[in-house]
Design a protein around this ligand. Sequence first.
Ligand SMILES: Nc1ncnc2c1ncn2[C@@H]1O[C@H](COP(=O)(O)OP(=O)(O)OP(=O)(O)O)[C@@H](O)[C@H]1O
Length: 247
Amino acid sequence: MLSPSPVELARAGVAYPGGVQGLADVDLTVAESEILGIIGESGAGKSTLLNLLTGEVAATSGSVTVLGSDIGRLDRAGLRRLRREIGVVFQGVHLLSNRTVRQNVEVALSLRPRQERTASAVDDVLRFVGLDHRADAYPAQLSGGQRQRVGIARALVSRPRLLLCDEPTSALDAATAGEVLDLLRDARDRFGTTIVIVTHDLDVVRGVCDRVALFEDGRLVDILAVAPSARGGRETYLDRARRELGG
Ligand SMILES: Nc1ncnc2c1ncn2[C@@H]1O[C@H](COP(=O)(O)OP(=O)(O)OP(=O)(O)O)[C@@H](O)[C@H]1O
């Protein structure tokens, strides 16, 4: 039997108290190992969608199935178990400032049941994000891009099957953002992680997404395959400045 898709929304809706419709009638399936972009203007429902997938927000209509579990039917323990399978990466990652890079990642791993932790998990993931040489540094000693890579290491250390990213590159310059996107793609290629990325940046979609879902006023209005030709080589920040600002 085929394993179920990691994310399946069937006519899912969220009506917030007060009557605002955060999402309405969303049918959406994300395939195993897919990288899906979510775009839309402010208020379109992007955060509501991410919060639905983690169970922070409950659907008030339709159903939301994540990694084979119908979220609406899970009890608290079931929801906790499911959340352990989901990694999250947010914009402006919050690291513990008085802990080293290694300790920040260890804290994330300590949330896993003991029998699922491997001795080399932290070293492996630090090597994967290219920060093994900075393991003993403190967050204040890192660049913004390096801090975001620690955030990704924290999210990946427990090998989640699903990774949710909310504006993962918005605080970064183009070159550093490109490195972070390369890392997300590597995670998919190496671990088979399914990734959902909320972004306002079409370069992020172009750079890493297989498909992109377009939201407007809480509705999924279109879903597009990202053309491979749209990817191409990444333009540097200075090249872009020359193209956009030059005479
Ligand atoms: N907790 C809440 N209570 C009431 N209404 C809410 C709540 N959270 C979001 N909304 C409303 O639901 C709609 C969708 O909001 P959401 O935050 O999901 O949009 P978004 O696309 O993430 O926006 P942004 O890009 O500004 O973060 C908006 O009209 C918003 O005002």
